[in-house]
Design a protein around this ligand. Structure first.
Ligand SMILES: Nc1ncnc2c1ncn2[C@@H]1O[C@H](COP(=O)(O)OP(=O)(O)OP(=O)(O)O)[C@@H](O)[C@H]1O
Ligand SMILES: [Mg+2]
Length: 391
């Protein structure tokens, strides 16, 4: 069928043609927005965690959009690992604070937010952004101590109080939150905790890899109680089928039962794979009906696409030594591997491999589900590695 009309959207954070299977998360966030509107207190932020390509970013964007529609102060950022990442993330936070405020100009919220503008421009220093912001009047004495914890707290207080008066909320949406530097993470968790106690409508909405809830709990003992935690995972069969049939049907085409079943088996409930195979099936099919042969070919072509994009992107970033490590892990398939066992396979000590392991973690290819265990963050990575010729 005409590729120009292809509805499927494989891509990082790209909104799918039909967002399926996430209604309970969307409802939970809607409830938060409604409760903020009525100044109801005692709500928690949300944390979405899951493997690569399951739809965390898409969901986070849906939430942020919903918050914006309700005139929330919305800050969106993606944390990045390492020292350089830390600087970038903080600079982005400073910039986003200013942008978030600007976006509210001309809305009913603006008159309340004006009081907090001084703090917004003052905080830049603590976030390491020198000489930032000439566009808003500086209010002395708030969020300008140069101490991150004090300044973030004052800033969140000022903005939250304004948003409460405006019957809206202050949402900090952080993608790849497992990469947030420890200092900023701890400060943010403390402020989220305080917000709960003081009734400030400040909510951190985070998304990240499966190790994110553990990181939060490690940073702050009360971290477990701060958020509504949701695991974002594979879609069930009905939702997976809808993800394919609804966009196809909407454009006046259809798919046979057997073809659908072939695509569903190939995608195994993973949103990124559904989009990839759906797109291939659409492009391959000549008539208006996707049949089994089309579907089989779509799996073949789609898998080549995945190999060159989704998987290859991660594989290429790995050094030869890191690839050896990943290969040793791949012997356990999609399951987690024991770090001791992987080391034994490579004939090295676990300690010697610690650097390689932590580099792979910071590259986001693997994560530690528990102490002494290591697992791929990318579904299907083990099978991909098996397909690669040893170098
Ligand atoms: N609920 C859904 N229904 C159908 N397709 C979806 C759904 N959620 C996400 N997708 C599709 O899956 C792909 C991956 O989505 P997204 O980038 O949000 O995943 P992610 O979990 O953030 O991945 P990563 O960990 O790599 O950042 C996109 O192509 C998106 O269109
Ligand atoms: Mg993402």
């Amino acid at each position: 069928m005409d590729p120009a009309l292809n509805p499927f959207a494989p891509g990082s954070g790209v909104r799918p043609p039909e967002l399926v299977g996430r209604q309970s998360e969307i409802d939970a966030f809607d409830l938060l927005v409604v409760r903020a509107k009525s100044n109801t207190m005692g709500d928690r932020g949300m944390v979405l965690s899951g493997l690569r390509g399951v739809g965390k970013t898409v969901l986070l964007n849906v939430f942020a959009e919903q918050a914006r529609r309700n005139h929330w102060m919305v800050i969106q950022l993606e944390a990045q690992p390492g020292v350089e990442g830390m600087t970038k993330t903080r600079a982005k936070l400073a910039r986003e604070l200013e942008m978030g405020a600007r976006r509210l100009r001309g809305t009913p919220v603006w008159s309340y937010l004006k009081d907090a503008l001084g703090s917004i421009s003052n905080i830049s220093g603590s976030l390491g952004v020198a000489g930032f912001s000439a566009s808003v009047a500086t209010k002395h004495g708030r969020a300008d101590s140069g101490k991150l914890d004090i300044d973030v707290e004052e800033l969140v207080e000022d903005v939250s109080v304004a948003m409460r008066k405006a019957r809206a909320g202050f949402g900090l949406f952080i993608d790849e939150m497992q990469d947030l530097d420890e200092e900023l993470l701890t400060v943010l968790l403390s402020v989220q905790h305080l917000a709960g106690q003081r009734g400030w409508p400040f909510y951190i909405i985070g998304a990240g890899l499966p190790n994110l809830p553990g990181k939060i709990a490690e940073a702050r003992t009360y971290g477990e109680r701060l958020f509504l935690y949701r695991t974002i995972g594979q879609l069930d069969k009905k939702s997976s089928a809808d993800a394919l049939t609804v966009p196809i049907g909407r454009l006046g085409a259809s798919i046979t039962e057997r073809a659908l079943s072939t695509l569903l088996t190939g995608a195994d409930g993973y949103p990124f794979f559904l989009q990839t195979y759906g797109r291939a099936a659409w492009d391959i099919t000549s008539g208006k009906v996707i049949n089994e042969d089309d579907a089989k070919l779509a799996i073949e072509y789609g898998t080549i696409d995945l190999d060159h994009g989704f998987f290859q992107a991660r594989w290429q970033r790995a050094t030869p030594a890191e690839r050896k490590y990943l290969r040793a892990m791949a012997q356990d398939g999609e399951d987690s591997s024991q770090t001791g066992e992987v080391a034994a396979r490579l004939g090295k000590s676990t300690n010697k491999l610690a650097v390689i392991r932590s580099r792979l973690i910071s590259k986001g290819v693997v994560y530690a589900p528990e102490y002494g265990l290591i697992q791929f963050t990318v579904p299907g990575m083990a099978r991909f590695i098996d397909r690669q010729i040893e170098d």
